[in-house]
Design a protein around this ligand. Structure first.
Ligand code: ZN
Length: 96
C-alpha cells in the first residue's frame, strides 16, 4: 500500500489517513467514522455497510467490548491482538 506522504492536520490533532479505492480518508478513532480528505462534511461510520468494507480493507478494527477502534497493520492480521484499553481479544480480520 502506498503511504500518504502529506498527512493533513485537523486543527489540534492529526488523524490517521487510510487509502481506500484510490481515495484518502481520515480514520477518526474517536468518532468511529471515516471522512474523505476531500469533502469533510461527508462521514462513513465504521459500523455502516460501507464502513465495514472499508475497515476490512484498511485494517481498522473496533473492540467489541469497549468500542475502542484501532488501525492495525496488515502485517499483524494473523496474530492475536488485544484491546489496549480493556484487553479484550480483538478478532483477527481474516476470520470475519
Ligand atoms: Zn476494548
Amino acid at each position: 500500500m502506498e503511504k500518504p506522504t502529506n498527512i493533513p492536520r485537523l486543527g489540534y490533532r492529526a488523524l490517521p489517513v487510510v487509502l481506500f479505492e484510490g481515495k484518502q480518508y481520515f480514520a477518526d478513532l474517536r468518532l468511529n467514522e471515516f471522512r474523505p480528505v476531500q469533502g469533510l462534511l461527508e462521514s462513513i461510520p465504521f459500523d455502516s455497510e460501507e464502513g465495514k468494507v472499508m475497515c476490512r480493507n484498511t485494517g481498522m478494527v473496533t473492540c467489541k467490548s469497549c468500542g475502542m477502534s484501532f488501525l492495525i497493520s496488515m502485517a499483524y492480521e494473523e496474530e492475536p491482538l488485544r484491546c489496549m484499553r480493556c484487553f479484550n481479544l480483538l478478532k483477527p480480520l481474516s476470520s470475519e
